[in-house]
Design a protein around this ligand. Structure first.
Ligand SMILES: *Cc1c(COP(=O)(O)O)cnc(C)c1O
Length: 400
């Protein structure tokens, strides 16, 4: 893989005609170290946020040894990426609705012992696929509110309070270790999301009167985007720790979390080129079917920077983007703030695409790009760049 010092260096040296994905392993390693050092329990990386084998190896080398996988393809991918680690990595199959064949392969071929579920049917499926195994860690997924999050995960999965008693008791019978897990929704903007969810966990434990060995608070830890600047992650960790400590569980119970976005967002960005300008609309060469799905479909804003050797003196102006495909849906409203004199041929870096960006690229209409370059400059924003002074607001770093 090519390496360059900076995004600007890539744009000026290569003048790429297709979008380029920039990766910043140092930023991902920093995020991994932050979670391994400061989260008061174990951190599993949620692979769906970005399944890049390079990223998985980077996280592993920085202390993330457990991986939350959701499909048999992700099981195989992590097993392959970490084949040299000789069984030091542990995979947890945390999708509550799985194919029986996938469970069987995960258990019998890849040594997976941890599965999540939210119905008795799924519990029976797991027991059939694992042929009545007695070494299972089974996590019952509770439904919790997504009200503090930018992206809801509340309606699809999770047992309701009325159903949890029977399910927890049956799972306790079948499991070697019983866990309770939930997901507060992605980009949770307040630690309260976790405190509230842990109260649901408490109610479920009291109601079922079972011994619980694992509390898994899921993902949802935020990253930093324009207009979405969360309080420092330590505040989330404190709220979770307080809630966990107050639960009626044994002293040896474990606390887990499953960050996807927070571990991967800073890992990559893209460089795009302006192919046409119409007023404040820029036609760029990546879009809704590329790395900008969230920008198009849920109006997510990402930081942008004009990559010119000579910095523009013009005032920042609100732009929207059109992607390269032939349909109107390939449109990102933004606003993306760029100097007023942006013109055809200019390069723009769009940041914070390591989570749910690069991972969702398709080849629709023939527009896709495999070009990936490692850079050593800072990501466009970071929740981790200033970890010495906790409980301060996150700091945005301007490219400059
Ligand atoms: C998507 C997902 C995650 C990761 O969520 P983030 O918001 O990216 O942290 C973790 N756990 C489960 C079960 C998920 O589906």
């Amino acid at each position: 893989m090519h390496k360059h010092h900076s995004a600007l260096g890539v744009a000026t040296a290569l003048t790429p005609a297709a979008p380029v994905t920039l990766i910043r392993p140092a930023a991902a390693a920093r995020a991994a170290r932050f979670f391994t050092e400061k989260f008061p329990g174990r951190s599993l990386y949620a692979v769906k946020a970005n399944p890049s084998p390079d990223l998985i190896r980077t996280l592993f080398a920085s202390g993330i040894t457990h991986f939350d996988v959701a499909s048999i393809a992700e099981v195989r991918l992590v097993a392959d990426a970490l084949a040299d680690a000789e069984g030091q990595a542990k995979l947890c199959f945390m999708h509550p609705v799985k194919a029986e064949e996938a469970i069987a392969e995960a258990y019998h071929v890849h040594g997976v012992r941890t599965f999540s579920l939210d119905t008795i049917d799924e519990l029976e499926k797991i027991m059939r696929a694992c042929r009545g195994a007695t070494d299972l860690e089974l996590c019952v997924r509770l439904r919790v509110s997504s009200e503090h999050s930018e992206l809801s995960l509340a309606s699809k999965f999770g047992a309701e309070l009325g159903e949890t008693r029977e399910l927890l008791m049956a799972t306790r019978q079948a499991a070697d270790a019983l866990g309770i897990c939930f997901h507060v929704g992605s980009q949770a903007m307040s630690p309260q999301a976790y405190s509230d969810a842990i109260e649901r966990v408490r109610a479920a434990i009291v109601d079922a009167a079972v011994t619980v060995d694992i509390i898994d608070v899921g993902g949802g830890f935020p990253s930093i985007y324009p207009g979405m600047e969360p309080v420092a992650l330590e505040n989330y960790f404190d709220a979770i720790h307080r809630g966990f400590e107050s639960l009626p569980i044994s002293y040896s119970a474990e606390l887990w979390c499953e960050p996807g976005r927070a571990l991967s967002a800073e890992y990559s960005s893209i460089i795009v080129r302006v192919e046409r300008r119409r007023g404040t609309e820029l036609y760029i060469n990546d879009g809704a079917y590329g790395a900008l799905f969230d920008a198009a479909h849920i109006g997510w804003r990402f930081p942008v920077a004009l990559l010119r050797e000579e910095e523009s003196e013009e005032e920042l102006t609100a732009f929207s983007f059109y992607g390269p495909t032939c349909d109107d849906m390939d449109h990102m409203v933004g606003p993306f703030m760029l100097p007023a004199d942006v013109k055809v041929g200019d390069y723009i870096e769009i940041g914070m695409l390591g989570a749910y960006g690069a991972a969702m690229r398709t080849g629709f209409n023939g527009f896709t790009s495999e070009s990936t370059i490692e850079v050593s400059d800072e990501p466009m924003a970071s929740l981790y760049a200033e970890t010495v002074a906790p409980r301060r607001r996150a700091t945005v770093i301007k490219l400059g």
